[in-house]
Design a protein around this ligand. Structure first.
Ligand code: 9MG
Length: 284
């Protein structure tokens, strides 16, 4: 099915383009009071901007901002609250910095408002399956990340099951790419993400990490998010503040297998680790 497609090697955003032949680091800015690792710390605008400035200085080329937690068991956030958390910060970042800003949301209204306010990319853990989302993104020209999730955040870790975890996720991606293209979202705009921790057991998560290169058959850029997640904590028996070494190891393993964008909390340490990997790659 994918043989005739060329590999997408650039991410074209409204005012810039990112070279995906080198792994790019996406820094996480959580604007939720209940976020799992830095909850509540950056809810005020100035603190958020200071954190963004720091992540850019540390080497992040994308900032992913989210106003609704997607951790297992997280409560729903109203449209009004999500808009109030995200839009003023998005506008302020775009005024002050020259960086690609991604909006982590699954609501069509938030996508539309964010696109109107200057968002460079949409990151949807529901892969544009919610009502109105395909149309909201189709009305723009910006890239979109489609993440795989089995179930919903509230219940997704209750006994996830697959016939074959890799093949099932590949089939899911093929369906979602087709839905996007039919809605008017060109393939060149689509990024895929297997969704570590979203409806997967510990073994399924590590199996995915071991076989990440299988997704290269789809020829779309690959984004991965493993930073500080339970798969690291449960494997190492570490609480959330002690998962740096495990998170960096996973980021390097993912980049070695072709991950193009790595979504992380700890930008400086991840950028350093990826530079070491790049030096090895360049000198093979
Ligand atoms: C919002 N969010 C939380 N974890 C994520 C992951 O692994 N990937 C993407 N794309 N978004 C995520």
């Amino acid at each position: 099915m994918n043989k005739e497609y060329m590999q997408v090697t650039e991410l074209n955003c409204p005012n810039s383009s990112l070279d995906l032949s080198i792994p790019q680091v996406m820094g996480i800015l959580n604007l939720t009071p209940d976020s799992f690792s830095d909850g509540g710390k950056y809810t005020q605008l100035e603190l958020a901007l200071a954190q963004v400035e720091c992540m850019i200085a540390d080497g992040a080329s994308i900032i992913d901002i989210g106003g609704e937690s997607t951790r297992p068991g997280a409560l729903d956030v109203s449209e009004e609250d999500e808009l109030a958390r995200v839009i003023p910060v998005l506008i302020a970042i775009k005024q002050r910095f020259n960086v690609v800003v991604s909006i982590d949301t699954s609501k069509a209204s938030v996508m539309s408002a964010a696109i109107a306010a200057g968002a460079d990319m949409i990151n949807d853990v529901a892969a544009l399956r919610n009502e109105g989302c395909l149309a909201a993104v189709a009305q723009s020209t910006i890239p979109v990340c489609l993440m795989h999730m089995q179930g919903l955040p509230r219940t997704m870790q209750n006994n996830p099951s697959y016939e074959h975890v890799i093949n099932d996720i590949v089939a899911f991606f093929q369906q979602r790419i087709e839905a996007c293209v039919n809605a008017g979202i060109a393939r060149e705009r689509i990024i895929l993400d297997p969704g570590f921790g979203f409806g997967k057991t510990l073994e399924q998560n590590f199996h995915l990490l071991a076989h990440l290169s299988a997704f290269s058959q789809l020829k779309q850029p690959l984004l991965i998010g493993i930073s500080r997640k339970s798969m690291i904590g449960n494997l190492l028996n570490r609480d959330v503040k002690q998962r740096l070494a495990g998170s960096i190891s996973a980021a390097v393993i993912a980049a070695q297998q072709g991950a193009n964008i790595i979504r992380v909390h700890d930008v400086q340490e991840t950028v350093d680790a990826l530079k070491v990997l790049q030096a090895v790659t360049d000198n093979q």
